[in-house]
Design a protein around this ligand. Sequence first.
Ligand SMILES: [Zn+2]
Length: 319
Amino acid sequence: MNGKVLGIDLGGTSIKAGIVSQTGKIDHITRKPVVSSMTNDEILKSFYEIIDNFLLNYPDLRNAGIGSPGPIDIEKGIIKKSANLRKIKNLKIIENLKKRYKKIDFYLDNDASCAALGEKYFGLGKGVEDFAVITLGTGVGGGLVINDKLFRGYKGNAFEIGHLPAYNKDLFEKNIPLFQCGCGLTGCLETMASATGVEKYFSYFSTGGLGPKKNKKTFSAFEIYQTAKKKDKYALKTFEIAGVSLGLMISNLITLLNLRLIIITGGMSSASKYLESHINKTVEKYTFKEVKKICKIKFTKGDEGSGIKGAAALCFERL
Ligand SMILES: [Zn+2]
């Protein structure tokens, strides 16, 4: 295998996997759709099908990393639950995989922590000792590298910034409504800056606050991005909310941690054009100049393989 490992990214809409080299090159990518109604057994079955298939071409595979939404228990290898895959409950993913594939060592971590590792080994975080990654996808996640090491917390659930409040008087004064998050709270960053959040706000504004009407088409975040390009006021307002809430969270991170770099990644990062000015304006307003000056905010270009590379980096961290 020449140091190649398998990276598996369990996302909100699909499981993506690929064989990754130490330089971050992916041999080939497999994708299997998942839906929120899938049970533990159904998710496991999809993992078996993916790994069985890779073993046909890579019988010497010895290491595999898995990035998953949280909360998880990295010590016991358990995915406890997921805000988007709602039927997952205490899925003993590592124990089950280990039973079936005795020669492979498996590592599990939070998908956003994997994204941070991926940036550290292969991306914008290379050579930067202190940085944070914010992943904008179906949900919002975060990963933190401090002193050149991923900071995991007690059981691997540190830095869940998608579920920190990111609503303040700037949004309140503009009469921006609050929506409930998948985690049960309201005002989480995820409700405003995720693809799901963007879809909800756009639907709210474009229907005059009624929400999607029965049998009426709802728009995906990508379609809303396309609509923003046509200067649609509701789409622009939706991205303004995402940008301001991200700016608030980034201000907190900069003030709290004195970071050198913040990387914004995930599918929604391709809408950087409509987020950047709101983020910067908010960060200017809420941070000390001296601390802000040394912190760069960068967007990745929405690399399709970044989740896979991040999961694979879990293996490289230990090899
Ligand atoms: Zn939440």
